[in-house]
Design a protein around this ligand. Sequence first.
Ligand SMILES: CC(C)C[C@H](NC(=O)C[C@H](N)C(=O)O)C(=O)O
Length: 310
Amino acid sequence: MLPVVVVHGGAGHVPKEIAELSTIGVKEATRTGYAILQKGGSAMDAVVEAVALMENNPRFNAGRGSVLNVKGEVEMDAMVMDGRTLDSGAVSAVRRIANPVQLARLVMEKTKHLCLTAEGASKFARSMGVPEVPEESLITDYAKMRWKKNLEPDANPVECQMGKMGTVGAVAVDKDGNIACATSTGGMINKMEGRVGDTPCVGCGGYADNNIGAVSPTGHGEAIMKVTLSRLILFHMEQGKTPEEASDLALTYMKERVDGLGGAVVVDPKGTWAAQFSSLQMSWAAAQQGELHFGLYHGEHFVEPVQENI
Ligand SMILES: CC(C)C[C@H](NC(=O)C[C@H](N)C(=O)O)C(=O)O
């Protein structure tokens, strides 16, 4: 059953044609993560590479392609967690960085802190030799269009929020049984300047523990934080639930208790995995035992050889 990697590309909803590009993106990221695991690479390497690839893909709400805050600027959140040691690293409201997930990993590896924010995170990036990129290079026409639409007086905020999907995340177990997670996002459309969502918060936007499993979620960040979604899913697994049952229980709780929608990718130490969501759709893909699994709408589960199209 090992190794395994499971990836998601967000839980918002967009028209089918656009959503299919997300499926292509999550499949590509999953193949990349799986190739690393097959060569004996670590779960941490696999999730960071998979997420960085999706940050570079303008189709997703992370890195290039991030949604814009109310001022029309890009502020991104990202986190990683290592299930061996429970070490984690995160950045919040960070600007002008191409790959926040790699910066989050550096926070974990090179500082004694778990999270750096805004200007401090940028300063740390500079000190680590991470290049600053022009803000314009992170902004797509699509993100600008959604931002403007949201500012219109008759804009329906719910409709507009859901009309852009693409937070990205991954969980993996390597052949040694080590488990890791990574999540990266531009956040919620037209968020206030300085808004920090679930993604950089341990137990909310991700959690990994070799003894239990790992989770990377997507969805309305404020709702995810209220129920500490990632840790809640793992709590249900500690109580004996499967990854699928645990995700469904926690997502139902989030919906009923705080009216929040979302989804998550989950693994346990044996390599049992799940990709569940309460939203209309979530692009996801998983690789295990030479097979690539993927889907987008409820009830969809396609399988093909993982080697295809390489
Ligand atoms: C409307 C929602 C479901 C869309 C979803 N957003 C996030 O996951 C945002 C992230 N959790 C945060 O709050 O910062 C997406 O990008 O697909």
